[in-house]
Design a binder for this molecule. Structure first.
Ligand code: AMP
Length: 295
């Protein structure tokens, strides 16, 4: 895109988002874009017309409505009121589905270590190469591989200002200790409790739409039978097999007590063997209760 086209997009974005609702300087989506195609290499400050911006504003109103300060950032851009959540549970306990709802509701940054590692494997990075053999076998990747990635990611500005939702991390006592050492404190630790026999059934029928990230189950939550394009693009994870899930569950049971033990004071155990709507209702109440405590 040349400089004039970029500037046009920038100006129309500003016009659509800020005409009636000026965003504060600390807004997480004030971006600076370097326009190398411009002769003077101008920096254009953009107030982004994005769904994230809307979510951020929604969260400010939500916090205000609960008597919490709506000013989320200080002069360094450090967040004081960002909502930080950890969601845990066995494979296919419903974390992914609930994360979609939570991130929509609170506008926080969703970090799924499984997704991050799959992306690293697909891109063939050093981390991906190291992680692949463990993931293929259904085993946890070594702590030293995953801890650095998450710590670096949590240092980024969006996590500090918008808050974070950790999905699939920490999965071991060492990971929980590393998170605490890095000063990353969660407001609540949600644990989705589902019996093993249900998990196996869920894993085997699970399919993901790579375009939207939406998760389906071929029996319990099937895609629209007439949507042939969707059905054709659905992906079945290579570790979502009966054989691999046995190993994944073993790894989960070996570590879960230690992880839960690290968050006893903020842990809420939720019956995950119900409809996503019912589970989501409990999650919402638990997050509200956790935030009310800190008010
Ligand atoms: P998930 O998508 O959360 O089921 O994760 C898929 C796979 O990624 C797991 O079976 C592990 O091999 C690896 N993985 C994801 N998160 C972690 C973690 N926190 N620690 C170690 N391995 C992980």
């Amino acid at each position: 895109m040349n400089f004039s086209a970029l500037l046009l997009v920038a100006l129309s974005s500003i016009a659509t988002t800020t005409a009636f609702l000026p965003l504060p300087q600390a807004h997480p989506n004030v971006l600076r874009i370097s326009t190398s195609s411009s002769p003077s290499d101008v920096l254009v400050a953009l107030e982004m017309a994005s769904r994230q911006a809307t979510k951020w504003e929604k969260k400010q109103k939500w916090l205000e409505g609960r008597g919490l300060s709506a000013e989320a950032t200080d002069s360094d851009g450090e967040s004081s009121n960002a909502v930080n959540i950890i969601i845990a549970g066995a494979p296919a306990s419903g974390k992914g589905t609930q994360c979609e709802i939570i991130k929509e509701e609170y506008g926080i940054v969703h970090l799924s270590t499984g997704d991050m590692l799959r992306a690293a494997v697909a891109a063939g990075t050093d981390v991906g190469v190291k992680a692949k053999e463990y993931m293929d076998g259904g085993k946890l990747v070594p702590d030293e591989v995953i801890i650095g990635i998450i710590r670096d990611r949590l240092e980024e500005e969006d996590c500090k200002t918008q808050g974070w939702l950790l999905d699939g991390f920490p999965r071991t006592a060492a990971q929980a200790a590393a998170l605490a050492e890095a000063g990353c404190k969660a407001d609540c630790f949600l644990f989705l409790d589902v019996p093993d026999e249900i998990l196996v059934e869920r894993v085997v029928g699970r399919r993901t739409d790579p375009e939207t990230g939406k998760i389906y189950h071929m029996t319990f939550s099937p895609p629209d039978a007439e949507d042939e394009a969707l059905i054709a693009r659905l992906e079945h994870r290579s570790d979502d097999t009966e054989e691999k899930v046995v190993v994944r569950l073993e790894q989960f049971h070996t570590n879960v007590a230690a992880v839960k033990g690290s968050y006893e004071d903020i842990m809420v155990s939720i019956d995950g063997n119900r409809s996503p709507t019912d589970v989501s209702k409990d999650i919402s109440e638990s997050i509200s209760a956790a935030l009310a405590k800190r008010a």
